[in-house]
Design a protein around this ligand. Structure first.
Ligand code: AMP
Ligand code: GLY
Length: 425
């Protein structure tokens, strides 16, 4: 089977790496891809916002299956258009992608179905939002409703900060994404990422992970796309996994089907493990980045077969096997990220890093200039290791990081601190 993967990040390199190992695969294409993905796939310079061009490419090259990595094409309805063209694909419809594309939609769904989440209000004008704020305790959380590239959320510790966040949304700081605002209760606890596949009816729990969103050590400083991750999340016991499936994931799948927009794809639940049990922070309708990097090196089963089971609606007969060994990934970013940074510095030594037993170096933002490998983004590499313990995986990942010669890059040196600390107790 010929497969086209959509995306260009570390998540897509990890997906491409796993897809390339499938006995079902004959040829892998990726649009647009990156220098790492080019080692396992043919990268094509397709404009993925041009759905007709994607469909034409699929027809021309006999693509049997399209795997959509990021949220933007899903929210834009690429899955719907592929479906109308009769092209098999992995990823939810635009209507189902509202679970990520509209925080208000998800909050209303949770309310209607009794899914545990933070109490909230939903507002489309600033006066009503400010009036509601005045009645609520702080800390409080203000969110732009739509996709804001991870920047639309403010956890406000005082009222002035919360009001400023509301003003920012309604003054257009997040464009259309901020035309509506969700204000929600601050939840306390440890966060975990939970992944489940669904074919619209059945739901299959994948693995758990935790990521580090802040740029600085000790989880401080501005938010990023994610500076590292590990899997499994030690806090997610079997009992908590079952509870999450029962109270959060399955009701969502059933509720979406009942609303006429069945969810077919991977549902990524951001969870807060509160004293009252797991509560939903938010949904994403795609794999996490960098969580996918650790999930893929732990997955024993054929990823392509699993994604096809979702598309074919036969997930209830499917199972996915995992390596017990934990995995950890360290993101190496360009100095300056998540603020402004320069592109084009040269990276050396990746072969040395990747040659270490148990290490995979996934590319998040790279390109080739002849034989030279150049940084081409904020998050540039995800150096991933699997080992007997989380402490060993951490040590191995940093051994690999240190084999890389890239003075313009930086990483956090404490990825996995919480899990390693727990291991040692
Ligand atoms: P989100 O983009 O919705 O995942 O939010 C980004 C981050 O903000 C989350 O990973 C949490 O750390 C934090 N956050 C969002 N909503 C809440 C909430 N209701 N209570 C506490 N923290 C939150
Ligand atoms: N790791 C966070 C995300 O993928 O949204």
């Amino acid at each position: 089977m010929k497969v086209l993967l959509i995306g260009a990040g570390g998540r897509e390199h990890a997906l491409a790496w796993a897809l390339a190992a499938s006995p079902l695969l004959s040829e892998l294409y990726c649009a647009p891809g990156n220098a790492g993905i080019a080692e396992v796939a043919t990268c094509v310079a397709l404009d993925v916002t041009d759905h007709a061009a994607v469909i034409a490419f699929c027809r021309e090259h006999g693509i049997g299956f399209v795997v959509i990595g990021p949220e933007a094409p899903l929210v834009a309805g690429l899955a719907d258009d592929l479906g109308r063209a009769g092209i098999k694909h992995f990823g939810p419809s635009a209507a189902a992608a509202r679970l990520e594309g509209s925080k208000g939609f998800t909050k209303d769904l949770c309310r209607d179905l009794g899914i545990p989440t933070a109490a909230y209000g939903r507002f489309s004008n600033r006066e009503a939002a400010l009036a509601y704020l005045a009645t609520q305790p702080v800390p409080i959380v203000v969110k732009a409703d739509g996709l804001a590239a991870g920047k639309g959320v403010v956890v406000a510790t005082n009222r002035a900060e919360a009001e400023a966040a509301v003003e920012a949304c309604f003054s257009g700081a997040f464009g259309n994404a901020g035309a509506e605002v969700v204000i929600e209760e601050f939840m306390e606890g440890e966060e975990a990422s939970f992944f489940a596949l669904s074919d619209g009816v059945a739901a299959l729990a994948l693995a758990t992970a935790q990521d580090h969103k802040r740029v600085g050590e000790g989880d401080t400083g501005p938010n990023t796309g994610g500076m590292g991750a590990y899997s499994p999340a030690p806090a997610m016991t079997l009992a908590l996994i079952e509870r999450t499936m029962r109270e959060i994931i399955r009701p969502t799948i059933t509720g979406m089907a009942a609303r006429g927009c069945p969810f077919k794809g991977v549902l990524y639940a951001g969870l807060m493990l509160t004293a009252d049990g797991p509560k939903l922070i938010e949904y994403n309708v795609r794999f996490g980045d960098p969580e996918t990097q650790v999930l893929m090196v732990r997955m024993k089963s054929d990823l392509l077969a699993a994604l096809l089971a979702v598309a074919d609606g036969v997930l209830s007969t499917f199972d996915v096997r995992w390596h017990d060994d934990p995995a950890l990934t360290v993101v190496v970013a360009t100095r300056g990220y998540p603020g402004s940074y320069a592109k084009g510095s040269e990276i050396r030594g990746l072969e040395r890093a990747g040659a270490l037993d148990g290490v995979e170096v996934f590319h998040a933002g790279t390109r080739r200039d002849g034989a030279r490998l150049l940084a081409d983004g904020g998050r540039v590499l995800a150096v991933t290791a699997r080992a007997r313990s989380i402490a060993d995986a951490q040590a191995l990942a940093y051994l690999a990081v240190d084999a890389i010669d890239w003075p313009e890059g930086f990483c956090r040196r404490d990825i996995g601190w919480r899990a390693v600390g727990r291991d040692e107790r």
